[in-house]
Design a protein around this ligand. Structure first.
Ligand SMILES: Nc1ncnc2c1ncn2[C@@H]1O[C@H](COP(=O)(O)OP(=O)(O)OP(=O)(O)O)[C@@H](O)[C@H]1O
Ligand SMILES: [Mg+2]
Length: 359
C-alpha cells in the first residue's frame, strides 16, 4: 500500500498544498513549529478521519478558513483509490472513489497507517480510555466488522444509559432485559475480537521487546476484561445497582490493558525509558500483525521519534521496517539517520511551505 499524493485545503497552516510522495521514504525536514507534524496529522486524518493529537476537529481548520479538506491517492495492488475527507459546519464527509461513505466502517481501512509519535507513551501511561481507543483504532483498521460491532455496542450502551436516567419507579425490568440482550450480543463480539487481537499482538511484541532489550526484559500484555463471567448474567445481576447508579457499570466500555516487564507493572513502576520501549515494541509489533491479518503493510508515520530513540537496536529495527513499507519521517536534523536508503524524497518545511529537495 502506498500513498502517492496528498492535497490539503485549509488544513492547519497549509492553505493549499499538493505533494507527490516517494514510494519508499519521505523525510520532512525543518525547524520547530513549521508544519512537519501537520503533514503526518493530515495523513492520519485521511486514513482514520481523525487527528492523532486532538479530538477537537475545529483546531484542524486553518485559522483563516471555515472548512478544510484532505484528499489523497492510494495505490494498492496496482489500483489507484482516491480518498477524501472533508470537514465543514455540516460535519465530516468521507469519500472513497468519489463516492460518499455513509458509514465510517466502510471507509476506514482503505489507507492503513501506523503512527509513531511522542503521544504513543500515553498508551502505557495514559487513562484506560486511551488504551480502549488504541484497540478500537487498530482493530478497526484490521477488521471492518469490528467497527460495525463497536458502533452497534456504543449505540446500545447509549440507549441503555438513557433508559437508566429515568425515575426508578418508571423502569420496566423486562424492557431493561431486552436492552441488556442487545448490549451483550454486540459486547460479546467486541470482547472476543479484543482478546484475540491482544493475544496475537503480545506474541509479536514480546519477541521485539526481547530484541530491543538484549534479552533482559520479558514483556507481558494482559487484557483486563471488565466482564468476568457471562455478560448477560452480569448485566442481569446488576440491574438494581445500575438503576440506582443511573448507568451501565459493567461491559467492554470499562476494559483496560496492562503491560508488565519481568512481572512488574510498567505503568506504575517502569522507568521512562522502559515505558517508551514498551510503546515502541507494541507499535513495531503491529507492522507484522497488520500484514499477517490483512496481507498489506501499513504505511509508517514517524513523528520526531528518531531523536528520542536511545539505543542502536531501536534504530536498527525501524530501519529494517523501512524496506517493507512506505515511510514518512519528520525531523529537525538528519544526524540520527545514518543508514538512509539511496532513493528517497526530502521535503524542506518552512512556515507552511514545502520544497522538495530531491527524488
Ligand atoms: N488551525 C491552524 N491554522 C493555522 N496554523 C496552525 C493551526 N494549527 C497549528 N498551526 C501552526 O502550525 C505550526 C505547528 O505545526 P507543527 O506542529 O506541524 O510543527 P512541527 O514542524 O512539527 O514542529 P516541532 O518540530 O516543534 O514538532 C505552528 O506554527 C502553529 O501556529
Ligand atoms: Mg512536530
Amino acid at each position: 500500500m502506498k500513498l502517492k499524493q496528498i492535497e490539503l485545503k485549509n488544513f492547519r497552516n497549509y492553505e493549499d498544498l499538493k505533494l507527490d510522495f516517494h514510494p519508499n521514504l519521505n523525510i520532512f525536514l525543518g525547524q520547530n513549529a513549521q508544519g512537519k507534524t501537520n503533514i503526518l496529522e493530515a495523513i492520519h486524518f485521511l486514513a482514520l478521519t481523525r487527528s492523532h493529537r486532538t479530538s477537537h476537529d475545529k483546531e484542524l481548520i486553518c485559522w483563516s478558513g471555515q472548512e478544510m479538506k484532505v484528499s489523497g491517492l492510494v495505490e494498492k495492488a496496482h489500483v489507484n483509490v482516491p480518498l477524501e475527507v472533508q470537514l465543514s459546519s455540516k460535519g465530516r464527509i468521507a469519500k472513497a472513489n468519489h463516492l460518499k461513505e455513509n458509514r465510517l466502517a466502510d471507509y476506514i481501512g482503505q489507507l492503513k497507517i501506523l503512527m509513531f509519535a511522542p503521544e504513543n507513551l500515553e498508551l502505557v501511561k495514559g487513562s484506560p480510555a486511551t488504551r480502549r481507543r488504541f484497540m478500537d483504532i487498530e482493530l478497526g483498521q484490521i477488521h471492518a466488522v469490528y467497527l460495525y460491532d463497536s458502533m452497534r455496542y456504543n449505540r446500545a450502551l447509549k440507549e441503555r444509559n438513557a433508559y437508566l436516567k429515568f425515575d426508578q419507579a418508571k423502569i420496566d425490568k423486562n424492557f431493561l432485559t431486552v436492552l441488556d440482550e442487545q448490549l451483550a450480543e454486540h459486547g460479546n463480539k467486541i470482547m472476543f475480537e479484543r482478546k484475540t487481537f491482544i493475544e496475537k499482538l503480545e506474541i509479536h511484541a514480546k519477541k521485539i521487546h526481547e530484541q530491543l532489550t538484549h534479552g533482559l526484559e520479558t514483556l507481558k500484555i494482559t487484557y483486563n476484561q471488565n466482564v468476568k463471567t457471562d455478560f448477560s448474567k452480569e448485566l442481569l445481576s446488576r440491574q438494581d445497582h445500575d438503576i440506582f447508579r443511573h448507568q451501565t457499570t459493567v461491559g467492554p466500555h470499562r476494559d483496560d490493558l496492562q503491560f508488565f516487564i519481568n512481572e512488574i507493572n510498567v505503568a506504575d513502576f517502569g522507568s521512562q525509558g522502559q515505558q517508551r520501549t514498551v510503546a515502541l515494541s507494541i507499535k513495531l509489533a503491529e507492522i507484522d500483525l497488520i500484514f499477517e491479518e490483512t496481507g498489506e503493510y501499513p504505511i509508517l508515520l514517524l513523528d520526531d521519534v528518531m531523536s528520542e530513540l536511545d539505543n542502536h537496536r531501536q534504530l536498527d529495527l525501524i530501519e529494517t521496517s523501512l524496506g517493507k513499507t512506505q515511510t514518512f519521517i519528520t525531523t529537525t536534523t538528519l544526524d540520527h539517520l545514518k543508514n538512509l536508503p539511496e532513493n528517497l524524497s526530502i521535503f524542506h518545511v518552512t512556515d507552511g511551505t514545502i520544497e522538495k529537495e530531491k527524488e
